[in-house]
Design a protein around this ligand. Sequence first.
Ligand code: MN
Length: 238
Amino acid sequence: MSAIEEFVFSPPSVVSVPVVGTGARFAVHRIYCVGRNYEEHAKEMGFTGREPPFFFMKPTDAVVVVNSGEVGSLPYPRLTSNLHHEIELVVAIGKGGRNIAAAEALQHVYGYAVGLDMTRRDLQNDMKKQGRPWCIGKAFDHSAPIGPITPAALAGDVAKAEIWLQVNGQDRQRSQVSQLIWNIAETIEHLSAAWDLQAGDLIFTGTPAGVGAVVAGDSLQGGVAGLGTLQLSVVAAQ
Ligand code: MN
C-alpha cells in the first residue's frame, strides 16, 4: 500500500491534555468509562453494586481541557433537561497491552487526572428502559471535561484519595477512591481483556453517590486529593 499523500479534507487535530510539571502533552487515544463503580452510587441508580464491571466509551473529541487555575466553559447540551455531573478519577494509560493482570496493571499507568462524566440523564434513562445503547446520554460533545494529568510518581496515594464535587459552593459528591468496587488495577485487568489498551487511553473510573442536575449559570468545582481542582461554568447553549 502506498503512503497517504494527501487527505480529501484537513484531518482533525490531535486531542491532548496538559501534563503537570512538563510542557509536553498527553495525546488522547480512546476514552473508556466504567459504569456504577461505587456501591452507594449503584444503589442511588437502583442497583446493588454487586455486578462485574461494565464499560462504555466517549469520543476522544468530547474532551474539554481545563488548565490548572482556569475556569472551563461547559455548554449546556441539546436535547436534555436533566444534565448530571459525575465527578471521576481518570486514569491515563502510558503503556498499552492486552490481558494485563491486576498485579502488573499499575505499571501501565502514566498518571491521573480529575474528570467529569457529564450525562444527559433523561436520555440515558430512556435508552436503559428500551435496552438501547447509552451513546446519546453519555457520548455527546463536551461530555468529558478533564484537568491536567499528574504523573503517577507525583500523584500521591490516589487509591486512598478523597474525591469531591461542589456546585455553587455546596457539596454534592464526597467520597474516597478507596470506595471503588473495582479498583484501578482490577479495572485495567477487565478492560484489557476486552480491548487492546494503548498509550493515550483514558479511563473514567466511575462516580461516587450524589449525582445530580446542573443548569446554565452553575459553577462546578471538583477534585481528587493530590490531583488539583477542576473548575467549570455551565453556559447556555448558543
Ligand atoms: Mn460515570
